[in-house]
Design a protein around this ligand. Structure first.
Ligand code: MN
Length: 160
């Protein structure tokens, strides 16, 4: 296998200030506006290495914000780095604390919501080649809301 010279260099990406940013790592849009419901989320790609086959991202959700309610075939490994809030994963709603780890199994509805007082940030590991997220249908939402705990959670992440 041919190696580019760049591939042989070690690199460090130091934190930039104390704001959960890293030098030379761009802060990107979470998703294209209008493609899916979400509120106040940014995305940074920390590592995308062909050899690993994985992409390691950092997401930050502003106070009171939330990610998209979605499901897909690929698995997420999520580690909370800062802040609190709640996570819906499958049939359960979990409190979020720094250093909590979540495994989101295939085809499992999931959504992360920051608490109202501070941003919540997490690392998320995914395969580089992955299927597109699916959004819930009205029927999916009805069956999710049949669980009162999930109904309460979804009430707080409803987009205007
Ligand atoms: Mn997802």
């Amino acid at each position: 296998m041919r190696e580019t010279s760049e591939a042989r260099y070690a690199r460090t990406f130091r934190p930039e200030g104390s704001n959960y940013r890293w030098q030379s790592v761009d802060v990107l849009q979470y998703k294209e506006e209008g493609t899916a419901p979400f509120k106040d989320v940014t995305r940074s790609v920390l590592f995308e290495e062909a050899e690993l086959g994985y992409q390691w991202r950092y997401f930050e959700v502003g106070a009171g914000g939330h990610t998209t309610l979605e499901r897909h075939e690929h698995v997420h490994a999520v580690m909370i780095l800062r802040g609190g809030g709640q996570a819906l994963v499958g049939a359960d709603v979990y409190p979020i604390h720094p250093f909590d780890l979540f495994r989101v199994p295939p085809m499992t509805w999931h959504q992360f919501r920051a608490g109202d007082d501070e941003p919540m940030g997490f690392l998320c590991l995914v395969p580089s080649e992955r299927d597109r997220p699916q959004l819930p249908s009205e029927a999916d939402l009805r069956s999710l809301r049949a669980n009162p705990e999930i109904a309460r959670f979804l009430e707080q992440t409803r987009s205007p």
